[in-house]
Design a protein around this ligand. Structure first.
Ligand code: ADP
Ligand code: ZN
Ligand code: ZN
Length: 729
């Protein structure tokens, strides 16, 4: 009796399979990757087959049979990848497998499932075509149907609309042998089909040819790990990276293999996607969460069957069922959206490396601002200049020390005035939304904070105070609750205040805004689109303005409070600051008029700011890697963060000590364990954090997983929420 080893897709940490089920004859096709509905206790749950066996250690009569096998199964290599993610990110096997399921399966057995869309297609037989001219006795509708079919087969749905036929009409025609019907699957499309496949590309530049040559050599080389297969494609925006991806994908396809192309958040990078579709047409499948489930399901199956061989999509597309991938591209590899911030907290860049290694694929990470990790670990391919030959715009640092009334330095104001006089375009980046960053009472110093989180409430233009962490909102106060004073200071500025200030300064020039508030209210394609179409104007926004979009006619880019992130205790803040300034500079001033970049900052001497001002990523990375090495930060170690949260502070404190001991006794001597350190209270939960620095990721992750498994079984820690983040961002 064949046995299926099934991992039930339950979300709790306390249940882990696989469990044995007896396969009845009717389920003889079940294989590794099959998705089953199984009885589990008193429930029905969805599970994935992770193995098959001839016999079970359990007695026959204790074994249950699966209730149902779903149509779409997961390719076995993705079962392995999903399990790996569950383990390596200290999550569970079930949650790891949840990532590789066909779209629309839903982990609850009762969830509404997506199925292929099947429709009835009708075709006239020869006898049917003749019937009209031979003047056979036909009903009105029957005649209309046969006329409509003279031009070729049609869907029953179309016939119903044009000829008024119903099922009965068609059945009668079929019974007389005048038509045949069959069920066909119809593909649900989310977007317009790619306009043909434009085969020919552009003529590559020398640098592009050199990069492609190296990539092609390793595509053709043995996949036994003896040749380099992971590359960092380093080049500014406009240096022709995408063209290299396209040609590399072509080479992979020519060798009969597939390709996966990861892009940051899909809404911000439609161009890359469009270019792949223009070049490869229907060979490209798109997968992203904003697509309707039906279309996503169909695209998934097109990849699974090999009908489509390239998948373009955001982070989750690293799990796309592309057959035999020969190439995996990560565009804008520095982008933080590659890290999933909910369990399983996987990093798509790491998963891509794993998948590339498993399938013998070449990995290309492309960016203008490489992560120190990639710079250190990958073979570099350089595209040192823009294809159009233009140089990068000069970057000027504007020193904000010595007090400045308002958010804009006089020099910055003057630069904006000049743009307004010439009727040009400018971008301003300030990485804070809202009006003021916080309110304080001028008399007693009272600060308005969120009642659920230990952070300041942010004033918004509509007059409300809002918490940017939990969404708490309250009306703007008229007076201080402590001392009743009515003199309340608005400190700091956000996008809304800067927008208003510029509107005053530059009237009547139009000021557009792009942040998550404006995006939520109008859809951000709108704000961006209006700015792009406008003759002149200023776009004010958060870091969204530095992502994905090129503005050829922008002559001035300004970044306010560029060193804001450097004041946070985060070892990645130099890297982030450098990337933000460089990305902004690279996306502007690309047209005839050239461009200028102003960087307002207090810490004008910070390495990230100094190097960004000279467009010097090599210099920055060398210095940053020196610092990382000295402090033993990634890429010279792995970090594992354990966050603990609960309602009662004293209890969280005690529990954190217990968890620390559980972890400490399992770590090896050269692992460093820091904390528990307090994190700010969030959504009413007091939090503590443990941090581990380790050089052996796998062993340490295993140790932490065991410690956490022990902790969740401990009754004393029952109310504690524990989350683990491997390589946190
Ligand atoms: P990146 O991805 O580095 O931003 P792209 O590949 O998008 O660069 O190239 C920038 C622009 O230059 C695009 O409009 C692209 O079509 C064009 N381009 C790229 N390579 C060439 C080339 N070899 N010859 C002419 N135009 C090119
Ligand atoms: Zn007061
Ligand atoms: Zn809050």
């Amino acid at each position: 009796m064949p046995i299926a080893k099934v991992e039930p897709l339950l979300t709790t940490r306390s249940v882990s399979g696989p469990f044995d089920y007896r396969l009845p004859e009717a389920m003889s096709e079940v294989a590794v990757g099959s998705v089953l509905v199984v009885p589990f206790g008193r429930r029905r749950v969805v599970g994935v087959v992770v193995g098959l066996a001839d016999r079970s250690d359990l007695p026959q009569d204790r074994l249950a049979e699966p209730l149902e096998a779903l149509d779409a199964g997961v390719p076995p290599e993705l079962v392995a990848l999903g399990r790996w993610v569950g383990e390596e990110y200290c999550s569970t096997t079930a949650r790891g497998l949840g990532l590789v399921l066909p779209p629309g399966v839903g982990t609850g057995a009762e969830a509404r499932r997506v199925r292929p869309l099947v429709e009835l297609e009708v075709e006239a037989t020869e006898k049917g075509i003749e019937a009209i001219s031979l003047g056979e006795r036909l009903g009105l509708r029957q005649r209309a149907v046969l006329r409509a079919l003279a031009a070729g087969p049609k869907a029953a749905r179309q016939l119903a609309a044009s000829a008024g036929s119903d099922r009965a009409t068609l059945r009668r025609l079929e019974a007389r042998g005048l038509v045949t019907t069959r069920e066909v699957e119809r593909r649900r499309r989310h977007s317009s089909p790619g306009v043909g496949a434009v085969r020919e590309g552009v003529e590559l530049t020398g640098d592009q040819r050199a990069a492609l040559g190296t990539i092609v050599a390793s595509l053709s080389g043995p996949s036994d790990g003896s040749s380099t297969r992971s590359f960092l494609l380093h080049g500014v925006t406009g240096s022709g990276k995408t063209e290299v991806y396209l040609e590399s994908a072509r080479e992979a396809l020519d060798r009969g293999r597939g390709a996966i192309v990861l892009v940051p958040e899909i809404a911000l990078t439609p161009q890359t996607m469009d270019r792949f579709r223009r070049r490869f047409g229907d060979e490209v499948a798109l997968l992203h969460s904003r697509m309707p489930a039906g279309a996503r399901y169909d695209e998934w199956r097109r990849l699974r069957s090999g009908e489509a061989r390239i998948c373009v999509g955001p982070r989750s597309a690293v799990f796309a069922p592309v057959r035999d991938p020969g190439l995996i591209v990560i565009d804008e590899e520095h982008d933080s959206s590659y890290k999933q911030e909910s369990d399983p907290r996987y990093d798509a860049r790491e998963v891509a490396r794993r998948r590339a290694a498993d399938s013998g694929a070449v990995l290309i990470c492309g960016t203008a601002t490489p992560r120190p990790e990639s710079w250190h670990e990958l073979e570099r391919l350089e595209l040192p200049s823009r294809v159009d030959g233009r140089s990068l715009p000069p970057v000027e640092i504007v020193d904000m020390r010595g007090g400045n009334p308002g958010p804009l330095h006089p020099k910055t104001r003057e630069a904006f005035n000049e743009v307004a006089r010439q009727g040009g375009k400018a971008i301003l980046l300030i990485n804070r939304r809202g009006w003021s960053t916080h309110l304080t009472c001028r008399s007693c110093g009272h600060a308005w904070e969120c009642p659920h989180c230990d952070v300041s409430l942010v004033l918004h233009r509509d007059g409300g105070l809002r918490c940017h962490h939990c969404g708490h909102a309250e009306p703007k106060p008229g007076s201080c609750p402590e001392c009743s004073s009515v003199t309340i200071a608005r400190v700091g500025s956000g996008t809304q205040r800067v927008q208003a200030e510029l509107a005053d300064l530059l009237h009547p020039l139009e000021i557009f805004r792009l942040d998550s508030d404006s995006a939520a209210s109008r859809g951000h394609a709108d704000g961006l689109g209006r700015f792009e179409r406008a003759e002149s104007g200023v776009l004010v926004g958060t870091q969204m303005v530095a992502k994905g979009h090129d503005f050829p006619d922008v002559t001035l880019s300004v970044i306010l409070d560029a060193d804001g992130a450097l004041r946070l205790p985060d070892f990645r803040s130099e890297e982030r600051t450098f990337a933000l300034i460089t990305q902004l500079a690279g996306r502007s001033g690309r047209g005839e008029a050239g461009g200028r970049v102003l960087v307002q900052a207090l810490a004008t001497g910070a390495p990230s700011i100094r190097h960004a001002a000279r467009h010097d990523s090599t210099g920055f990375l060398a210095e940053e890697l020196g610092r990382r090495s000295a402090l033993r930060y990634p890429p010279f170690s792995h970090l594992i963060e354990i966050a603990l949260g609960g309602v009662e502070e004293a209890r969280v404190e005690r529990s954190a000590e217990t968890v620390r001991e559980l972890v400490a006794e399992r770590l090896s001597a050269d692992d460093e364990l820091l904390g528990p350190a307090p994190l700010f209270r969030l959504r009413g939960r007091h939090r503590r954090r443990l941090m581990i620095k380790s050089e052996r990721r796998h062993e340490t992750v295993t140790a932490v997983r065991e410690a956490v498994a022990t902790a969740v079984r401990d009754r004393a820690l029952r109310e504690l929420a524990i989350s683990v983040d491997v390589d946190p961002q």
